[in-house]
Ligand binder design. Sequence first.
Ligand code: MN
Length: 130
Amino acid sequence: MKRKILYIEDNDQNFYLVSYILGVQGHQVIRARDGREGIDLATNEGPDLILLDIQLPVMDGYATARELRRIPAVATTPIVALTSYAMAGDRERALEAGCTGYIEKPINPKTFTEQIRSYLPSGEATGGGS
Ligand code: MN
């Protein structure tokens, strides 16, 4: 089922890999390069899921998640942090900031699709009926 996924990521290589994998699954991926742009796009585009890098310019992923959760339209949207494997404290901080869950970087292309599927809301895609 095609979904709209917002990926807030400043690193081109990370973005292209994730975008490729999700594109193969038929999803539409839109990109923001920093937290501020991500907040704007989340507000205007109403994504089904938000993927959030933690190390971002302008404002970090934690601050971005906290601001996203203040937007009524995004209040229940799944936000999945992409955290560094080495940074165990990132995960707790991400959840405290309002993220729904996290996926460790570097991502594993073999399991990434299934991880994403587990976070996507069930039912119709954006614009679908109830
Ligand atoms: Mn980054």
